[in-house]
Design a protein around this ligand. Structure first.
Ligand SMILES: *Cc1c(COP(=O)(O)O)cnc(C)c1O
Length: 423
């Protein structure tokens, strides 16, 4: 008796349990106000590309130089992705194969460092990323990582400290960029210091790649010989990453990604990255990028007006870091109350946080997702009002109020189509 193959049958028929959970997540993403700054709504086209038979292919190597046959289709797809990245960011060379941002950064270390070498990056609790040398990360364990932070007065990068540390420690690499940086990254100032001490500057633009592509944040390209980015944050592509660099580093970067660190690239993701880069080259995308920043500034101003303390006193980009100390609510209590009320955020350390990392004082929010849905000034004012009332209810322990606010946030969310979900 022939066994029935599951190929050709739908997810619903094959695995109703997973199908139901995916549907539930679709509903959740449609009905909530998503304010996590590293998240977004990828377009239907991007999601469609990730769900293709390209996932079946193996293609270790690079276009024209593969270790497997049958690359007639994969080679032009990867070549398109590479060319689009090079054009969009104005770089000599792009590698679109890194599985994710963390892996892309590991490839950078592999390309330029030996174990134990000195490297420099922003400390995690100051706004850096784990892979910029934080102690629990492999990058802090296998390298000698020196960490800089922000100034206590301004909440922005302390360039005196960066320069002093760089002169004293002579790092091989300096990483700039981060995960909780609400201000412009001054690539030119980092470049000047890197040049003075003979370090290679790596601009990690994972959070802001979409803003850079859309002209809403200065480009690192004239200043940083190596650029690392994810593709799924403001860039609004699939989950993945890219490394971009000057011609002199192209061979080292490619060799580090494959065969240094990875095996076969995820070709379905490569195709979706190509789609996202095409979308990001359009005039509408530049509008979206600028609207993210406008929305973020509006939201920040309204929160300040309502007595919230913002790290660095505001924002220049998509991200707002709130210090809740003055509101007498811990970050985790606030983020959980907001989640119950249909507003998705994450708790976060703030610079010089007196509380512990798993129960910090801060809340991190951002405007990419709500901007992608088409929200603007009026909605930002409403979101600030909802947040203010949630924090008040959280302090009072009023769960009934949170449930009432949830109805309001659902109504606001569903008034705007969710790209990739709604038709
Ligand atoms: C998100 C992020 C990463 C890591 O990306 P993953 O895809 O989560 O591994 C690296 N650097 C920065 C600055 C990031 O924001």
């Amino acid at each position: 008796m022939a066994t029935e193959l599951s190929t050709g049958t739908s997810l619903q028929a094959t695995d109703p349990e997973i199908a139901r959970l995916v549907e539930e997540e679709e509903r959740r993403q449609r009905e909530t106000i998503r304010l996590i700054p590293s998240e977004n709504y990828a377009s239907k086209a991007v999601i469609e590309a990730t769900g293709t038979v390209l996932t079946n292919k193996y293609s270790e190597g690079y276009p024209g130089r593969r270790y497997y046959e049958g690359q007639q289709v994969i080679d032009p797809i990867e070549t398109l992705a590479i060319e689009r990245a090079e054009r969009l960011f104005g770089v000599d060379h792009a590698n679109v194969q890194p599985y994710s941002g963390s892996v892309a950064n590991l490839a950078v270390y592999l390309a330029f460092c030996e174990p134990g070498d000195t490297v420099m990056g922003m400390a995690l609790p100051m706004g850096g990323h784990l892979t910029h040398g934080w102690s629990v990360s492999i990058t802090g364990k296998w390298l000698r990582a020196v960490q800089y932070g922000v100034s206590r007065e301004t909440g922005t990068v302390d360039f005196d400290e960066v320069r002093r540390l760089a002169r004293e420690e002579r790092p091989k690499l300096i990483f700039c960029g981060g995960t909780a940086v609400p201000r412009i990254i001054e690539f030119d100032r980092f470049a000047e210091i890197a040049e003075e001490v003979g370090a290679i500057l790596v601009a990690d633009i994972a959070h802001i790649a979409g803003l850079v592509a859309g002209g809403a944040h200065p480009s690192p390209t004239p200043h940083a010989p190596v650029i690392s980015t994810t593709t799924h944050k403001t860039l609004r592509g699939p989950r993945g990453a890219m490394l971009m660099c000057r011609e002199e580093h192209a061979a080292a970067i490619d060799k580090a990604v494959f065969p240094g660190l990875q095996g076969g690239p995820h070709d379905h993701i490569t195709a979706a990255i190509a789609v996202a880069l095409e979308e990001a080259s359009r005039p509408e995308f530049a509008e979206y990028a600028h609207r993210i920043v406008d929305n973020s500034r509006t939201l920040a101003d309204e929160l300040i007006r309502r007595g919230f303390d913002l790290v660095s006193g505001g924002t220049d980009n998509h991200l707002i870091l709130i210090d809740l100390t003055s509101k007498e609510v811990a970050g985790k209590v606030a983020s959980q109350a907001l989640d119950r009320a249909g507003l998705e955020t994450n708790y976060n350390t703030v610079p010089f946080d007196p509380r512990k990392p798993f129960d910090p004082s801060g809340l991190r929010i951002g405007t990419p997702s709500v901007t992608t849905r088409g929200m603007g000034r009026d909605e930002m004012l409403t979101i600030a009002d909802l947040m203010d009332r949630v924090i008040e209810a959280a302090r009072a322990g009023d769960d009934a109020a949170l449930d009432r606010i949830r109805d309001e946030s659902r109504e606001l969310a569903t008034a705007f189509p969710a790209p990739g979900i709604d038709a």
